[in-house]
Design a protein around this ligand. Structure first.
Ligand code: TXE
Length: 483
């Protein structure tokens, strides 16, 4: 692990095996962090912020470090890409994209570091008031396994740009690219203690970060159940929280949509990254008049998706991230069958010579809104198709979920597209596309999909406190008390 500028073993001397999901083989043994390790990292981050002067490092210097880190990621892109595929299983093509995006995220926030501006407010004389932004302080950052490097970038880049110090906890399932990132962070010259990367179990290291009174903010991406625990743990010192949680996002296709485009994005929406995407279009809402024809075209293409080892150049969809996760997704397929939905394709493991945790792209039709496969996040390559009659029906079904992360609409009627998007209770929406994500735009959810926003200027602001500074321009006693 990387604590206070050094690589250390876990204080209990324990290790955890890291498994390649495409083969089930152990590919690395990494240090397993303890509560003590988390506390040591918090102390280092505290000292770096309170005493060693990171908070006083100029914005331009922070920007230069972040630019250098982006360059270093690009220089090592090949290795990082391979590590990501090895550890997470995603096809090389996806990993390549993630690595490039991670570099760009650091670059985006490097640019933003020097841009924040406050306000000067005309309050009644004799005062002049200024409003400035300052870093929050020590930030605990807990990330998941579906985009290991990219999630590290989404967390570290805005926090460091704003002048905070960080303790990052990668998922115990996919720690390798974050460890490589720690090398680059060290090499480009971040001062010791500014970034710490602690490995280990969520309930141990993550929980310690969320509970600690020396941590000023906790930022989390992961499941809603864990998000709730983190929110509770954070109450002790009422630390700031931002949560990016799950979803059950609706992808709405009207009969007047461009058919080929809508089929293509319906596939991409649910089967990219084997469906292990918080914003996945896991519910496909089809207008009744095109339902049958659309499902036929979709099933036909889903069956052709090439599932296999991410290192194989032809592979379009990799394995699920772990045996445990595969079993969870399979349980949902069983639930779907028991609930009476129709399995149109998939539903079974794909045999790949290497072994591994491969599942075929799976599509259910004849669903009802109250089914668990329609309501709960499965986080795998499993699509639930729903049928709607008209615009109102589509909106009602789309919002009929506790989640509110993302949603899309496909139609050639631009006014209708806007009407529907306006009514969607979700933070990320698309018209005639699915999934494009930009470092420049805010990412996060309504309802139980989370609190706060990442990316863009919104994501930067989440790592700042706002201070008002009132200046008395008539320096004399107030005279309020006469005695
Ligand atoms: O995620 P967890 P899991 C959803 C998805 C998935 C489900 C469970 O539906 O099937 O969550 O996956 C750390 N205190 N998403 O169990 O638990 C953990 O170590 C502090 C959606 O893998 O959310 C890891 O670093 N931290 C999602 C991180 O939380 C704790 C991405 C995420 O793990 C903790 C992943 C605790 N008590 C899963 N328990 C998305 N929104 O993209 C665990 N952690």
């Amino acid at each position: 692990m990387y604590v206070d500028g050094e690589w250390v073993n876990g204080s209990a001397g324990e290790v955890r095996e890291v498994v390649n999901p495409a083969t089930g083989e152990v590919i690395a043994r990494v240090a397993e962090g303890t509560e003590d390790d988390a506390r040591a990292a918090i102390r280092a981050a505290r000292r770096a912020f309170d005493e060693d002067g990171w908070a006083e490092v100029t914005a331009l210097e922070r920007a230069q470090l972040l630019f250098r880190l982006a360059d270093a990621i690009e220089e090592h892109a090949d290795l990082l890409t391979r590590l990501e595929t090895l550890d997470n299983g995603k096809p090389l093509r996806e990993a390549q994209f993630d690595v490039a995006d991670a570099a760009n995220c650091f670059r985006y926030y490097a640019g933003l570091a020097t841009k924040p501006h406050g306000q000067a407010v005309n309050v009644p004389a004799p005062s002049q008031t200024f409003v400035v932004r300052e870093p929050v302080g020590v930030c605990g950052q807990i990330i998941p396994w579906n985009y290991p490097l990219l999630m590290a970038a989404w967390k570290l880049a805005p926090a460091l740009a704003a002048g905070n110090t960080c303790i990052l906890k990668p998922s115990e399932i996919t720690p390798l690219s974050a460890l490589m990132l720690s090398r680059l962070i060290h090499e480009v010259g971040f001062p010791r203690g500014v970034v710490n990367i602690v490995l280990g179990a969520g309930a141990v290291v993550g929980q310690t970060l969320a509970e600690s009174h020396d941590v000023d903010k906790i930022a989390f991406t992961g499941g809603t159940v864990t998000g709730r625990k983190i929110m509770q743990a954070a109450t002790g010192n009422l630390k700031k929280i931002s949560l990016e949680l799950g979803g059950k996002s609706p992808n709405i296709v009207f009969a007047d949509a461009d058919f080929e485009t809508a089929v293509d994005y319906a596939l991409f929406g649910i089967f990219a990254n084997a469906g292990q995407v918080c914003s996945a279009g896991s519910r496909l809402l089809l207008e009744a008049s095109i339902h049958d024809q659309f499902v036929e075209a979709l099933v036909d293409r889903a069956k052709k998706i090439r599932v296999g080892d991410g290192f194989h150049p032809d592979t379009e969809m990799g394995p699920l991230v772990s045996q445990q996760h595969l079993e969870k997704v399979e349980r949902y397929i069983q639930i779907g069958l028991e609930e009476g939905a129709t399995l149109r394709c998939g539903g079974e493991r794909v045999r790949v010579d290497s072994g591994g945790y491969f599942l075929a792209p799976t599509i259910f039709t004849n669903t009802r809104p109250d089914m668990r496969i329609v309501q709960e996040e499965i986080f795998g390559p499993v699509l639930a198709v729903q049928k709607f009659e008209d615009e109102r029906d589509a909106i009602r079904l789309a919002n009929d979920t506790v989640y509110g992360l993302a949603g899309a609409v496909f139609t050639s009627d631009i006014a209708k597209a806007h009407r529907v998007i306006q009514k969607l209770r979700a933070g990320i929406t698309w018209m005639n596309t699915y999934h494009p994500t930009y470092n420049e735009t805010p990412w996060g959810g309504y309802k139980q999909s989370g609190i706060g926003r990442e990316l863009g200027t919104f994501g930067f602001e989440e790592y700042t406190e706002v201070k008002q500074i009132n200046v008395n321009l008539a320096v004399k006693p107030s005279g309020w008390f006469r005695g």
